[in-house]
Design a protein around this ligand. Structure first.
Ligand SMILES: OC[C@H]1O[C@H](O[C@H]2O[C@H](CO)[C@@H](O)[C@H](O)[C@H]2O)[C@H](O)[C@@H](O)[C@@H]1O
Length: 603
């Protein structure tokens, strides 16, 4: 059985990522891309579905771990009765090859370690053919894939598993390097693990050093940004929503989805957070990715794509995996790719508008693309859709979707005005005003005076917290105040925010899920706008407390089980965290005592 979600840490090389638990086991790794088949899938099944564990043979008295400063290099320290070792895990940035490096360094005494490598290609199903080459390399091949293990440790094959036992004394370092290559390529050459460590460290340090300081929240903000950067597929600029599939939104339930794709929504929001923190290079790469991905007929625009812009993301269920704590089915692919979600138009237009402010290099095809999107939006905004939450029930006229259509035209008008870009501005203005009137007429509950989830519905929806943030109505507007109050009354669980009441909404799925962390950060933002600073800070700090020991958050949190749930780590959540931190920071100047605290945190 896998570990609790919060026991995992992320390592990655900006093309794929792995999850390592507190016992030194890598239980998830898709190779060579985020969306490839996994060779370690124990996360969604058992050890027989593939994992790589390096840990002390005898029980550890204490396990602590941390990332090395602002990097993606994980250090797990095991204390045993015989001494202490540090296991350093990382994936070097690629330079033609792809590796997972594990270094075992003795800190005190002499510690006997065990290594157990279970390679199962095809996401936990295929046992490869394993051979020991003359130079000591272990090579595993099945079909198109090859994985090799290079280490001075003497390896042995037992029960379709590679095992070893070795002792590390204080001051010694034992390297283990696992490399992937297509099976028709030559076996990867010997790899200098220590040189790679130094290069990887300086890459991440340098990248993190240009982050705009976030006062007392700097370390959590940097961790979130490093995580977001790790989710960007470097060759194309596409951004995955999370590196995992099918971590359940409800333990033991069926709300299990594949997030290893690029949602236009999640990607734009990620960029927003990165730009907020001062990163524009990634924005440029993603804009170019988007221009390529949506090229062609505007009617065929999708809400999500593959890493390279692939369009067919057919969803299927994996029969051989038992699922995370029995949460089945395990899904690969995501049927949401063919949905209509009107909010993405607003998110795209807002992000590009923001990027212009930040000085993103002008590019004519970028504006052309945006104009084409608006042309298409003009023909579809009156349609019902699946909405931001991607319901699998009947389409509805979701209020948030319509508001984001308003936003799309509003930001286009502003871009045209401020940067002298060609319109038709008059046409966009008429549409913007028409949508605004439509939402105010149909998206409001006349009895309570608050906005509701969908036209004609009495249900609330946490996405409505974003209405003042995008400027649809001012925060002082009584309808906005009523909406925030109604959400506080109806959607809070232990002070955190549910997306909506699943048992009262036709989302096509059995009810029940955790509180949605991004939505909880949106409540922080709403409090900031309302000037409720103490409540905003209190909620923000409670949310930060949900992060695991290395600062990572999943999509949701189960307040009863006190467990993280949903895919992990999730971009959406970390994006919201970053934005809330900057919003809180900008809200008011810190008191003198806090200034001192923040200066210490930033140094
Ligand atoms: O629970 C229903 C839906 O859950 C997923 O969508 C959620 O994740 C997306 C990626 O982070 C996010 O963009 C969306 O707003 C969330 O609702 C899943 O991908 C859907 O297929 C599923 O219907």
């Amino acid at each position: 059985m896998s570990s609790p979600i919060e026991d995992y840490a992320l390592i990655g090389d900006c093309e794929t990522a792995a999850l390592v638990d507190r016992t030194g086991s890598i239980d998830w790794l898709c190779w060579p891309r985020f969306d490839s088949d996994a060779c370690f899938a124990a996360l969604l099944g058992g050890r027989e579905n593939g994992r790589w564990r390096i840990a002390p043979r005898d029980p550890s008295v204490r396990v602590t771990r941390q990332y090395r400063d602002s990097t993606l290099i994980l250090e797990t320290r095991f204390e045993t009765a015989d001494g202490a070792v540090v296991l350093t895990d990382f994936m070097p940035l690629r330079n033609g090859s792809s590796e997972v490096v594990r270094l075992v360094t003795g800190v005190r005494g002499r510690v006997t370690m065990t290594l157990e490598l279970v390679l199962r290609f095809g996401t936990g199903a295929i046992v490869p053919w394993v051979s020991h080459l003359e130079d000591g390399t272990l090579r595993a091949i099945a079909g198109p894939e090859m994985v090799v293990l290079q280490t001075p440790v003497v390896l042995e094959g037992r029960d379709l598993t590679t095992v070893a036992e070795f002792t590390v004394a204080a001051g010694e370092t034992v390297p283990c390097v696992l490399a992937w290559a297509p099976s028709h390529h030559p076996t990867p050459p010997p790899f200098d693990a220590l040189a790679a460590l130094a290069e990887t460290e300086s890459f991440w340090r340098e990248w993190a050093s240009s982050c705009r300081p976030a006062g007392r929240w700097s370390s959590m903000v940097v961790r979130s940004l490093v995580t977001l950067k790790a989710l960007i597929y470097a060759p194309t600029g596409g951004i995955v929503a999370a590196p995992t599939t099918s971590l359940p939104e409800c333990l033991g339930g069926t709300r299990n989805w594949d997030y290893r794709f690029c949602w236009v929504r999640d990607s734009t929001l990620t960029l927003f957070a990165l730009m907020n923190a001062g990163y524009f290079h990634e924005a440029q790469a993603w804009r170019d990715w988007l221009v390529r991905a949506v090229a062609g007929s505007p009617e065929q625009i999708q809400i999500m794509y593959g890493l390279g812009g692939e369009r067919r993301l057919t969803e299927w269920e994996v029969p051989w995996l038992a699922g995370y704590e029995g949460s089945r089915p395990v899904r690969i692919g995501n049927a949401a790719y063919s949905q209509l979600q009107l909010d993405v138009f607003g998110e795209v237009m807002a992000t590009f508008h923001h990027a212009r402010h930040g000085g993103l290099a002008p590019e004519s095809s970028g504006w052309d693309l945006q104009k084409r999107l608006l042309q298409h939006l003009e023909t579809v905004w009156r349609e019902p859709d699946e909405g931001i939450w991607e319901v699998r029930g009947p389409r509805q006229h979701f209020t948030f979707s319509k508001v984001m259509c308003w936003l799309a035209f509003d930001r286009a008008i502003r871009s045209a005005d401020e940067y002298g870009l060609p319109g038709p501005v008059g046409r966009w203005t008429a549409l913007r005003d028409e949508i605004h009137a439509d939402v105010c007429a149909h998206g409001l509950d006349p009895r309570r005076g608050c906005f509701v989830q969908a036209y004609g519905s009495g249900e609330l929806d946490a996405s409505l917290l974003l209405l003042p943030k995008v400027g649809f109505l001012p925060i002082e507007d009584r309808r906005i105040a009523a909406t925030i109050a109604a959400i506080e009354e109806d959607l809070l669980a232990h002070g955190f925010v549910l997306r909506y009441r699943t048992h009262r909404t036709r989302d096509g799925l059995p009810p029940g899920e955790g509180v949605f962390l991004a939505c909880s950060f949106w409540l922080v933002d709403a409090y900031v706008l309302q000037g409720r600073h103490a409540e905003a800070r209190a909620l923000f700090d409670r949310l930060l407390d949900l992060a695991n020991d290395v600062g990572l958050l999943a999509e949701e949190y189960d307040v009863h089980a006190r467990r993280q749930v949903g895919n992990f780590p999730q971009a959406f959540t970390h994006v919201a965290l970053v934005n809330s931190a900057y919003n809180l920071l900008a809200a008011r100047p810190p008191a003198p005592a806090e200034q001192q605290e923040e200066a210490t945190a930033a140094s």
